[in-house]
Design a protein around this ligand. Structure first.
Ligand code: OSB
Ligand code: MG
Length: 371
């Protein structure tokens, strides 16, 4: 594949409602879109880095810098036979997986468009339908959260995830269980606790949660082992798993029984598939996490979720839950059973809406190989 030029674009999109986690509240998404031009075709990618470096080290600003000054120049340096060549090429750059993934995933899209095949098929996906859940942020009151849960269940979503933090945990879960005794329910702490909170996790055990996601530090494995030994609820790791080696070690150590895979966090499709395979070989189910993506990243998440070991509903939900108008046609929709059908068109299977993208663009930079 001869890459002719790469375009970076920052788009800004207000969220329909604020999204609050243990590390803060997001109201406006600042997303970097990547367009990779090659021999008359274009592949699309999205950097899923948040606005500020609280989920991991990355932000919209660091992703722009690392893409422009390090990732894109390396991509121009050598020729690519297949998208599997991208990750090794970027490996000397430490970290910055979300910046790397934006290019890697765009090159997968490009490759699939060139072969006129749906991306999910090229990565080895087998499912034609994926199961969807929703992630609900911390609200101003428990009553508001209960109202939102009711609306999402009415829409068909198969499981509810709530964000927790100290002071917004046990009482909230108790109220949800009182009103929705059988709903498939889980919590995501985004690293807000330590082993000092072990009694809280023991008490959460009685509510039959599907799992508890990333309860302890983002860079910890050992304390998660101790926690998992002390509680019945399965621990799921998100922030702690940056590649397939992390996944192998966490599983071997007994730090978790479930893993959440995010394309950005692990650096793209090639590594995501490796994490998936490591988990499959050890009978550890995975599911697809979300980063409040625009339609481009959402479409990639749908493709990834078609792999066989995505056995649990993901944080992949309808465009209209996030934005008044998404960047793709058609927008992502979820059926009344809480499922999304895999599109059969080539590439990510949804067409980027360039008119809409232009309207929300705040800066653009076009990069070309030195001739
Ligand atoms: O931890 O899964 C997370 C959003 C931003 C940062 C981290 C997380 C999340 C979500 C949202 O839970 C999932 C979604 O895109 O709906
Ligand atoms: Mg999470």
């Amino acid at each position: 594949m001869k890459i002719d030029q790469i375009e970076l674009r920052e788009v800004q999109m207000p969220l329909i409602s604020f999204f609050e986690t243990s590390f803060g509240r997001t109201t406006l998404r600042r997303i970097i879109l990547v367009r990779v031009f090659s021999e008359g075709l274009v592949g699309y990618g999205e950097a899923t880095s948040p606005e500020a470096p609280y989920y991991n080290h990355e932000s919209t600003g660091t992703a722009w810098h690392v893409l422009r000054d390090f990732v894109v120049p390396r991509v121009f340096q050598s020729s690519l036979e297949t998208p599997d060549n991208v990750a090794p090429l970027l490996a000397p750059i430490r970290g910055h997986n979300m910046a790397k993934a934006s290019i890697e995933t765009a090159i997968w899209d490009l490759y699939a468009r060139r072969l006129q095949k749906p991306l999910y098929e090229l990565i080895g996906g087998q499912r034609r339908m994926i199961d969807c859940g929703v992630s609900l942020g911390i609200q101003n009151s428990i009553a508001e959260l209960l109202g939102k849960i009711e609306r999402e269940l009415d829409a068909g979503y198969q499981r509810i995830k709530i964000k927790i933090k100290p002071g917004w945990d046990l009482a909230v879960v108790r109220e949800i269980r009182r009103q929705f005794p059988t709903v498939v329910l889980m919590c995501d702490a985004n690293s807000a606790y330590s082993l000092k909170d072990i009694d809280l996790f023991r008490r959460l055990d009685e509510f039959g949660l599907l799992m508890i996601e990333q309860p302890l530090a983002w860079n910890d494995i050992l304390d998660h082992v101790k926690l998992q030994q002390a509680i019945k609820t399965p621990v799921c790791l998100d922030e702690s798993i940056l590649d397939s080696e992390d996944a192998r070690k966490a599983i071997e150590a007994g730090a978790c029984r479930i893993i959440n895979i995010k394309l950005g966090r692990v650096g793209g499709f090639a590594e995501a598939r490796k994490v998936h395979d490591v988990c499959l070989a050890r009978s550890v189910p995975v599911w697809c996490g979300g980063m409040l993506e625009s339609g481009i990243g959402r479409a990639q998440n749908i493709a990834m979720s078609s792999l066989e070991n995505f056995l649990l509903p993901g944080d992949v939900s309808a465009s209209k839950r996030y934005f008044h108008k998404d960047l793709i046609d058609p927008e992502v929709e979820v059926d009344p059973q809480g499922r999304i059908r895999l599109p059969e068109e080539s590439g990510i299977g949804f067409q980027p809406n360039m008119k809409r993208i232009e309207q929300v663009t705040v800066r653009t930079e076009i990069l070309r190989p030195a001739s």
